[in-house]
Design a protein around this ligand. Sequence first.
Ligand code: ATP
Ligand code: MG
Length: 250
Amino acid sequence: MTDKQNKPHIISVSSGKGGVGKTSFTVNLAVALSQKKQKVLLIDGDLGLANVDIVLGLNVKHSLREIVEEERDPMDTLVEIMPGFSVLPASSGVPEMASLSYEEQAFLIDSLEHITGKFDYVLVDTAAGIGESVLWFNDWADTNFVILTPDPTSMTDAYALIKIMHTRYEKNNFSLIINHVKNKKEENEVFANMSAVLEKFLGIKPNNQGAIPRDGAVANAVRTQTPFLISQPKTRASLAIMEICNKILT
Ligand SMILES: Nc1ncnc2c1ncn2[C@@H]1O[C@H](COP(=O)(O)OP(=O)(O)OP(=O)(O)O)[C@@H](O)[C@H]1O
Ligand SMILES: [Mg+2]
């Protein structure tokens, strides 16, 4: 295993509600950061229902599962997608991976700590919901990105996640990303509503990390298993990801 060399910035990407765009966002943000000469590790934190490999069209040979079950070296499990961008894939259809014991979680985080020092940014695409793995990946991260859409159920679920992270883990720093927006007005309204609720009930002032428009290029990219930032760099969703990337780097 490689010794820890520096402290990377660890960012978790969660949402509470499923299907709001976590995986599409995280994969394309990783591409954007690597294009800006950052060394990025994307961890597929959806331990029981992996998706990152599908979105990237990877043929996964080894996954996080072998790190936990066979104590495989995480360095040998990394897949380099392009210079500066590596993925640690998860396994799909393995329910026991979604409910690791406390000891297994601690072992996994400890194993991950040994490889993260090689990177500038570690992005964790978590599972939907508020299961234990979502909570401990959020706890592990330095910054918690929460994705929501203008759908009221997405806002309620994002609130539930933030509330648990705040009350149980004393986290106060949340960066909101509004996906599937129609226009700037809708983006501002959703952020204002969510901020007002967080401030009133939890005393939390979230960061506005940006928004991504509803864009056919996103679904197209998932179908063709190529990040839209690569296949359609000028599409509106790509420009939005670049803006979010620049905000992270400033
Ligand atoms: N901005 C967008 N515009 C259009 N379609 C989008 C956008 N963002 C995501 N989608 C589509 O929504 C679907 C779900 O996206 P994705 O898999 O990234 O969500 P998720 O939050 O990771 O889901 P899960 O909770 O199941 O892990 C995909 O088909 C994707 O193409
Ligand atoms: Mg996903």
